[in-house]
Write a protein that binds this ligand. Sequence first.
Ligand code: GDP
Length: 433
Amino acid sequence: MITAIVGCKWGDEGKGKVASYYAKDAQLVLRTTGGNNAGHTVIYNGKTLPLHLVPGGITYPQTTCIIGPGVVIDPAVLLDEIQMLKEYNIPDFDERLKISGRAHVIFPYHKDLDELHEKLKKHPVGTTKRGIGPTYSDKDNRIGIRIYDLLLEETQLREKIEEATILHNQNFANNGMADCVVDPAMLAHQYHEYGERLRQYITDINPIIANALDNDDKIVVEGAQAFRLDIDHGDYPMCTSSNCSTSGALCGGALPPNSSIEVIGIDKAYNSRVGNGPFPTKQSGSVADTIRELGHEYGTTTKRPRDCGWYDCCISNSAKHILGVNYLCINHLDTIGLIGKKLGYIKICVSYNYQGKVIDYYPDDISLTGEVPTPIYEVLSGGWEIDSSCKTYEQLPELAKKFIRIIEKSSHIPVKFLGTGPANDDLIIREDI
Ligand code: GDP
């Protein structure tokens, strides 16, 4: 059985906690899309580990952890992460980490291209400038360089870099970035060395996956980013450059689509977003400030304040159809209770007014009509506090249960998991669902 953990909104929903819950007794855990623009917060022996590429499941000693062919890898970042994990003495780390040789490599010129594109664009996407978009573009243009290529002779790697950068170099030279023109020999030398350091982990992942499927092992896909950031189904072009929805996550992990699979959609009891693009339930002023303060909604690396707003059932309902979400996890049930206590009310968007109609899904043509849907809210009076003794759904405050019932009714998805705090075990699981 494959369990895919996917974000239902714009990321930072708290995927790490549920991924960790499933990884506890899984045999295989995979990261399958995106690059080091994503990642989870994982707790190991009381320490918080910021993981960007290695699956969080690595902290459980029985797992084999795969970085799949759909991921783009910055080798320097990955090597730093490996070193950090080894310092924590994670058992059998070297034997359990597997990197697909088909994953593509992020080079420094991809980061420079990110810079150049954002500089030249009238409407920048607000990318993380980690070279992820340009690496996926090169992959699509069939000039990408794969992890396998780092294992070639240095001269062969140099030839590949030379060929891949012909047009990029012209663009750098013609747009005031001549200092970014690539020196293929130098890069080949450095990246060949990275390849040697990664060699022991690089492999053909297909037999490992085939074996796990044949044995009916528990397989966990740690989704990166989220539904509204998917390049095909998200708010294009204000999105990421990969298919981070369920189907893309399966493809990026070489997992067959006819596998038996359950999809857990991870969400927060309010919503937040980084970067530009439509956000129908976005709030401003003191409501946004309250959500931001109580939810600690500041960028992990940039510390930039995130846009904040109320929970949106229409997006969840669309996630049910497009991502195949079977169950929801609503994190930050603790936080929304405090928000309600402070403001005196909590809102939940249950449908939209859009183009003169009431609808219960996220419309596809916002970029064409230019109309961001107007939320229709249900309002709860007051809020709640969840104390540490609360471990079951039944023990939750009545108002919190009402909040969950509204989400289930309007998004048409059962809520199986409830996050009641930041720690891994601040998670209520409804076994009856
Ligand atoms: P991801 O980007 O979706 O993988 O999000 P992470 O797993 O990194 O979680 C983002 C942050 O939310 C972390 O600091 C978590 O500790 C925190 N978090 C997750 N669930 C809850 C929750 O239920 N309540 C509170 N207060 N914090 C949570």
